[in-house]
Design a protein around this ligand. Sequence first.
Ligand SMILES: *[C@@H]1O[C@H](CO)[C@@H](O)[C@H](O)[C@H]1NC(C)=O
Ligand SMILES: *[C@@H]1O[C@H](CO)[C@@H](O)[C@H](O)[C@H]1NC(C)=O
Ligand SMILES: *[C@@H]1O[C@H](CO)[C@@H](O)[C@H](O)[C@H]1NC(C)=O
Ligand SMILES: *[C@@H]1O[C@H](CO)[C@@H](O)[C@H](O)[C@H]1NC(C)=O
Ligand SMILES: *[C@@H]1O[C@H](CO)[C@@H](O)[C@H](O)[C@H]1NC(C)=O
Ligand SMILES: *[C@@H]1O[C@H](CO)[C@@H](O)[C@H](O)[C@H]1NC(C)=O
Ligand SMILES: *[C@@H]1O[C@H](CO)[C@@H](O)[C@H](O)[C@H]1NC(C)=O
Ligand SMILES: *[C@@H]1O[C@H](CO)[C@@H](O)[C@H](O)[C@H]1NC(C)=O
Ligand SMILES: *[C@@H]1O[C@H](CO)[C@@H](O)[C@H](O)[C@H]1NC(C)=O
Ligand SMILES: *[C@@H]1O[C@H](CO)[C@@H](O)[C@H](O)[C@H]1NC(C)=O
Ligand SMILES: *[C@@H]1O[C@H](CO)[C@@H](O)[C@H](O)[C@H]1NC(C)=O
Ligand SMILES: *[C@@H]1O[C@H](CO)[C@@H](O)[C@H](O)[C@H]1NC(C)=O
Length: 616
Amino acid sequence: MRRLGYACTKLRLLPLLCASCLLTPILLVLLRPHHVCAANGDTLTHEDHNYPRLQTLPELLELEVDGGNYESEFVGADRSIIGRAEDGVTALANNAPGISTIKQGSTDFWTFPSKALWGVSSPPVPGLPSPLQGQSSSPTPAAGEKILYISLTTCIQPSPKSANQNGTPDQFKFYVSTSSSNQKPNNSDNAIAVPVDGGFGWLNISVKSDVFIGVFAPYNTDFSGTYNYQLTASIDGFYASYYNEPNGDFIDSDSNTALLYTKSVTSETTSNATSVFQKWMSGPPAFSMFVYKQDDPRILGIQNSYCALESWAPVQVSGAIGTSMTLIRDGQPRQQFHVTNLNGSSSYYATTVIHGNSTASGGGYVNGGGTVWNPLNFTTKSDNNCALVFNLTFCTSVAYAAPSNPTNKTLSPMLGAKYDDYAASLYTNFSRSLAQIPCNTTASAQYSLARTCTDCDNAYRDWLCAVSIPRCEDFSNNASYLQPRAVNQLFLNGTNGSVTSNDPVFKPDNFSRVYYSSSRNPMIDTDIQPGPYKEILPCKDLCYELVRSCPAALQFGCPLEGHGLNWSYGDSIGMHLYPPTCNSLSSSKGGAAVLRGMGFSAVFMAFGTALITVMI
Ligand SMILES: *[C@@H]1O[C@H](CO)[C@@H](O)[C@H](O)[C@H]1NC(C)=O
Ligand SMILES: *[C@@H]1O[C@H](CO)[C@@H](O)[C@H](O)[C@H]1NC(C)=O
Ligand SMILES: *[C@@H]1O[C@H](CO)[C@@H](O)[C@H](O)[C@H]1NC(C)=O
Ligand SMILES: *[C@@H]1O[C@H](CO)[C@@H](O)[C@H](O)[C@H]1NC(C)=O
Ligand SMILES: *[C@@H]1O[C@H](CO)[C@@H](O)[C@H](O)[C@H]1NC(C)=O
Ligand SMILES: *[C@@H]1O[C@H](CO)[C@@H](O)[C@H](O)[C@H]1NC(C)=O
Ligand SMILES: *[C@@H]1O[C@H](CO)[C@@H](O)[C@H](O)[C@H]1NC(C)=O
Ligand SMILES: *[C@@H]1O[C@H](CO)[C@@H](O)[C@H](O)[C@H]1NC(C)=O
Ligand SMILES: *[C@@H]1O[C@H](CO)[C@@H](O)[C@H](O)[C@H]1NC(C)=O
Ligand SMILES: *[C@@H]1O[C@H](CO)[C@@H](O)[C@H](O)[C@H]1NC(C)=O
Ligand SMILES: *[C@@H]1O[C@H](CO)[C@@H](O)[C@H](O)[C@H]1NC(C)=O
Ligand SMILES: *[C@@H]1O[C@H](CO)[C@@H](O)[C@H](O)[C@H]1NC(C)=O
């Protein structure tokens, strides 16, 4: 799939932009199939790039502008319809981007005429099921005025003159004037200077008449070529938007894929019975994602601009993102992205975006220019014996890399199910034991007034999933909170792990210790055989929560400090860091339990009413 800007088909963007779409080798991934760049006879061929053009098709204007006469004259760029505007000032129509390719050191002037300001608003649309966190509400216009939403996105910036040059070209200077005596604003005298950052600037302003806009392209001695941008004014809402914060979280990666979620789209108290909740879960996914390597600097300077991200095209990774809604973490809807075909040991940016208004995009549509959030950054793992495991049926909170063995082709596609089935089978005996505890009796007969069997059951599931599905890290990762495992096994490439290790954390005699030489879960060593890896230990809190929540008859206990606790559990203080210093199961709760003094292998036994669980 090659994905290019709407401008290529709808607005016939300049050949320069289309050519750049084809050549720029950034990794760009987007979900929705989209318009294909059709170079055609309508493409403008002006050599004078300093001439701003309103490349708007008649049908777009018919949608937006009040009165038939107005747009027919307008499309011909007849000066007379702009009324009081001076020469060299181009008129914008509602929601129709003015697109310009501009030389460094020159200025374009635009106006949004009073007639368009008082024209007909776009009809209401359903919008997203609920407003997103961080989106500000619309301002109220002053009496006798209207709010005008103006956004500027830089689509192309000049390139460095020399290949090894650092830095980015300067940002546009962007001025907005409401005074008919300042129709060509080129500084902040009698005009608003709108900041432009990362190729994006916006302003909402209450006005009653013509608005005048100046866009100045700075001159950069070390960069050659022109700028290209889209300037759009709207009486309905911002055409393009950008939020100065990331929307979501990077969850985990393996050596060639990564898992990311958006923030939850509802508030934490939204019930799953509400229609808002159900619309989010059943509707088409609202978000898309661009993923690109951090070591390619060419997007820096325009990374906040949707048209820049979009025209940065060829898709290096085709069909490379799987997405769906998920309720992981807190039970509220989030959109999940599984990005594949990545390179190992590489750092990427992942930018969450909304393509247009999420169902329609481009000129003529309210919010048609897209929404961009700050990028998330992530790094892929270097060793290939950790693999992402998520979307499990029993361990629904598990979403991280677990020990794997890519050389076993039978195993790879069923790795998640193998772990999940294993945990579910261990749970069966536990639930039999729990069923024998008086849970659903009168309050006086209950084992605790504060905790119920449901609490115990939930705590056990979390603990069990965290201890049976270890969170895997590269063996080469030297972080001090990581526990080496299976160190006596050969690496997958046949190298002897104990010989090649230069890990500063543990000493040669550690190799004889069971908590180094084996996995915490014996099934991993027998059936998966991942070779040496490191584990982010389950958080201590998972164990403490289990002990607190379950009846004493079940005899759960956590190992003591100095007696195995530190080989088995990680410090909960770092559970919300990235990377987390302990596995809290998607950071909803904390980690896992061990019975005191029972050795280091996993044993599950049922003794009458009591289940004894021993696990490190
Ligand atoms: C996007 O805009 C189109 C055209 O106005 C409209 O039909 C559609 O409902 C809008 N989508 C949303 C999610 O508002
Ligand atoms: C638009 O107006 C709202 C409400 O006054 C304000 O909070 C917001 O910051 C404004 N946005 C921009 C980009 O000016
Ligand atoms: C800004 O505009 C004024 C009046 O049109 C003009 O005299 C001045 O030279 C311009 N300044 C720049 C830096 O272009
Ligand atoms: C809704 O949430 C409740 C608990 O909050 C859960 O028991 C129920 O299964 C959920 N319903 C659906 C349809 O997911
Ligand atoms: C990344 O992987 C692709 C194949 O998946 C390969 O063609 C490309 O050269 C790799 N890039 C780097 C920088 O290793
Ligand atoms: C990536 O994120 C980490 C932690 O959030 C931060 O320390 C690091 O500087 C970021 N890297 C880049 C290149 O932004
Ligand atoms: C084998 O794999 C290990 C772990 O990935 C690595 O440290 C080692 O250098 C590799 N050895 C060879 C010969 O490739
Ligand atoms: C999650 O698993 C269900 C079946 O268990 C499957 O239908 C769905 O496509 C999976 N989703 C993802 C994102 O893998
Ligand atoms: C591959 O994994 C499967 C499932 O764990 C296992 O049954 C099989 O023996 C493994 N094959 C090899 C060659 O290790
Ligand atoms: C306790 O009763 C509730 C509702 O009657 C039921 O859902 C739950 O499974 C029971 N718990 C046990 C451990 O039997
Ligand atoms: C781990 O530490 C060893 C010894 O200090 C060093 O050689 C190696 O490069 C480190 N590995 C990483 C990934 O930092
Ligand atoms: C479950 O309990 C049965 C009967 O006590 C026992 O034979 C079986 O091994 C147990 N299963 C596990 C996974 O511990």
